[in-house]
Structure formats: structure tokens, C-alpha cells
Design a protein around this ligand. Structure first.
Ligand code: PLP
Length: 369
């Protein structure tokens, strides 16, 4: 077997959820496990989150919800986007709770049989401007849902655009949301579960916790920005691990790998490691100063990342075939956090952890419950 994998500490996810749940209580935690649990594996992440105190789960699309149900997960599952009307039947069959912000889904959903009215959450756009009903349209949609005996308005929500770094705009979004809630009250409509906060919103704005928070990044032990709840103990759950497959000594001036981009400054040992850009170790990483850990020490790439393998300049270090190589995460006293990749690659830690491909098996450590 290829000795490369993504290692996920489910006990860390459980710990992070229970830590966050303690901070936001009495608000409930909805654990966001979309995109295969931000690359950590959706089913194990969901189980660990529930064990840690999450009362519900959220995903982006119907297929993600179905995967959780097929694995036997019974917690409520909220879809964060309005599914296409053609998915109405699957929603009912798999007991997935859709978000709506238009009229498109309501008729097909209401037309389906069920033991009880189908729950829906109404999303209002208060400033993210991606999806969501205009505040002025919210009462009309909510009224339509409330008036249909086959539908039930279970929740009303919005989403922050800059909760990690712009308190003024975030408070403005919250105020717009409160004003929609006031309009609903005035119209005699029960909003149900009110929720607005993502990880940064939940940890930085107590007034935004309302009835429930939707936390994704934080449950995986990462922060949306370094200052977010800086003194809260969150444990990164992911390590990306491989092992040295081959070692060769080369003279000064040797230029390993495609493009012959980099010359060894002195005679050195080059370690080959069987993981590459097809696994999500992006090719750019070797061009922007990326490093890996072997034996708890940092070493630079010796040349360009290839599809299936990388080369590492290990200098004169005492390294053997089979030694563990860490691309992301901790090894001994040293660590390469997702934020380091993000800074080098001019992106965010969210994209880094979502970027490791399906060719890398996920290996689970620790007990979820
Ligand atoms: C992804 C997502 C979240 C979770 O955001 P984090 O910053 O990862 O906590 C919450 N709400 C919505 C609508 C999302 O799309």
C-alpha cells in the first residue's frame, strides 16, 4: 500500500465541538460537515461532533446529506443552500431540511406526502450577497410557508460576510436580521430556530449566538483568523503524512525534478516521498518555499512537486527509507500548520484542508465517543 494518507484525530474534533458548545451555551451547535467535513471525512466528523455535543449537522448539497443518512446518522441535517426543485423527493425520503430563499422549491415540496409538515429554514440575505431572500421579501416567503399546512417554518437565518475582521459590518448584518425578525413577529409568524453565526461569529459575537450557531472551521481545530478566540484551546485534527520511499546522494549543482528549477547548493541527500499534486500537494508549494517535516525537523523541497511524488533536500540528515514525512500538522516538537500553507499560497486555511484529494485515504485516530 502506498504509505501516504490524511490522518484525522476524531477525538480532537469531539474536543473542539464540546469546547465550542461550552462557550456558546445555551445556544445549540450545528456542526458543518460539508465538503467531506472540510476534507476530514464527513461521517467520522459528524459522529465526533455529535459525541461532542452538536445537536444537528449542516451540509451544502443533497448528496452530502444522503451520505450521512446512508451511514446511519440520524441527527437533523440542514442544507445550507436551496436545493433544485427536482431534489424535493430526495429531501423527504432522506429527511434533509432544506434552506429556501425563493418560491421554487415550496410547491414541489408541499406536494409530497409525509407524516408531518416538511420543515424548512428561510435564509435572508443581510449583506453577504451570495444567496438569500431580500429582507423586504422575507415576510412574504415566511407567510407563504406558514400558511401551507404541509410545510413548517422551522428556522430563519442569515450568514456573515466578514465576521472574522469587520465588527461594524457584522453588527450591521445582525441589526438587519433583527429587523427582519421584528417584521415576522409583527406579521404573527413564529421564526423558530434563529441562527446567524459561523465560527468567527459564534466565538467573537456573543450577541450573534441566538438559538444556534453553525460552526465549521472551529470544530476541525482551526481559526478563521489568528485573533478569533485566541485563548480557546482548539486542536487541529488533520495531519497529512507520507514516508520516505527512496534516498540518493547527489553532488552540488544537481537539479532534481521537472523543470530543473533548483540547484543543490552543496552535495546533499535527496529524499523522494510518494505524494504529489494529484493528492492536493499543490505544485505551487515547491515554488514558494514550502517545507516538510522529517524526524521533527524542517526540510525544503529539492525541486518541483510532481503528480505522484515530491523530492526533499535532507542535506546530511540521518534519514532512512520508511521514515515518516509530515506535510501538514505536527511531528515531534515542530509543526506545519494549515495557516503556513495558506500564507505561502495566498489563500485561507479552509481551502488548504479541503484540498487533499480522494486518492489519500483518511485514517482515523482516537475515539469519537
Ligand atoms: C460553511 C458555512 C458555515 C461554517 O462556516 P465556518 O466559518 O467554517 O464556521 C456556516 N454557515 C454557512 C451558510 C456556511 O456556508
Amino acid at each position: 500500500m502506498r504509505p501516504s494518507w490524511v490522518e484525522v484525530d476524531v477525538a480532537a474534533i469531539r474536543h473542539n465541538v464540546s469546547t465550542i458548545a461550552g462557550v456558546v451555551a445555551p445556544a445549540r451547535v450545528c456542526a458543518v460537515v460539508k465538503a467531506d467535513g472540510y476534507g476530514h471525512g464527513d461521517v467520522p466528523a459528524a459522529r465526533a461532533a455529535i459525541a461532542g455535543g452538536a445537536s444537528s449537522l449542516a451540509v451544502a448539497i443533497v448528496a452530502e446529506g444522503v451520505r450521512l443518512r446512508e451511514a446511519g446518522i440520524r441527527a437533523p441535517i440542514l442544507l445550507l443552500s436551496e436545493p433544485p426543485p427536482a431534489d424535493a423527493e430526495a429531501l423527504v425520503r432522506w429527511r434533509l431540511t432544506p434552506t429556501v430563499y425563493s418560491d421554487r422549491l415550496l410547491q414541489p415540496l408541499a406536494g409530497l406526502p409525509g407524516d408531518a409538515p416538511h420543515p424548512v429554514h428561510l435564509k435572508v440575505d443581510t449583506g453577504m450577497h451570495r444567496v438569500g431572500a431580500a429582507p423586504a421579501d422575507a415576510v412574504r416567503l415566511a407567510t407563504r410557508i406558514a400558511a401551507d399546512p404541509r410545510l413548517r417554518l422551522e428556522g430563519v437565518w442569515t450568514h456573515f460576510a466578514v465576521s472574522e475582521d469587520d465588527p461594524e459590518f457584522t453588527r450591521e448584518q445582525l441589526a438587519r436580521f433583527e429587523s427582519v425578525l421584528a417584521d415576522l413577529r409583527e406579521a404573527g409568524i413564529e421564526a423558530g430556530i434563529r441562527h446567524v453565526a459561523n465560527t468567527a461569529g459564534a466565538l467573537e459575537y456573543p450577541e450573534a449566538r441566538l438559538d444556534m450557531v453553525r460552526t465549521g472551521l472551529g470544530i476541525y481545530g482551526l481559526r478563521p483568523a489568528p485573533h478569533v478566540a485566541a485563548d480557546l484551546e482548539l486542536r487541529p485534527a488533520m495531519r497529512v503524512v507520507s514516508h520516505v520511499s527512496y534516498l540518493r546522494r547527489h553532488p552540488a549543482g544537481t537539479r532534481p525534478s521537472y523543470g530543473r528549477r533548483r540547484a543543490l547548493a552543496a552535495a546533499a541527500t535527496v529524499a523522494t516521498v510518494p505524494v504529489g499534486y494529484a493528492d492536493g500537494v499543490t505544485r505551487r508549494l515547491s515554488a514558494v518555499g514550502g517545507e516538510v517535516l522529517i524526524g521533527g525537523r524542517r526540510f525544503p523541497f529539492a525541486g518541483t512537486v510532481t503528480m505522484d511524488q515530491i523530492v526533499v533536500d535532507v542535506d546530511d540528515a540521518d534519514i532512512a527509507v520508511g521514515d515518516e514525512v509530515v506535510l501538514l500538522g505536527r511531528q515531534g516538537g515542530e509543526a506545519i500548520p494549515a495557516e503556513e500553507w495558506a500564507e505561502r499560497l495566498d489563500t485561507i486555511n479552509y481551502e488548504v484542508v479541503c484540498g487533499f484529494g480522494p486518492r489519500l485515504p483518511r485514517r482515523y485516530l482516537g475515539e469519537a465517543s
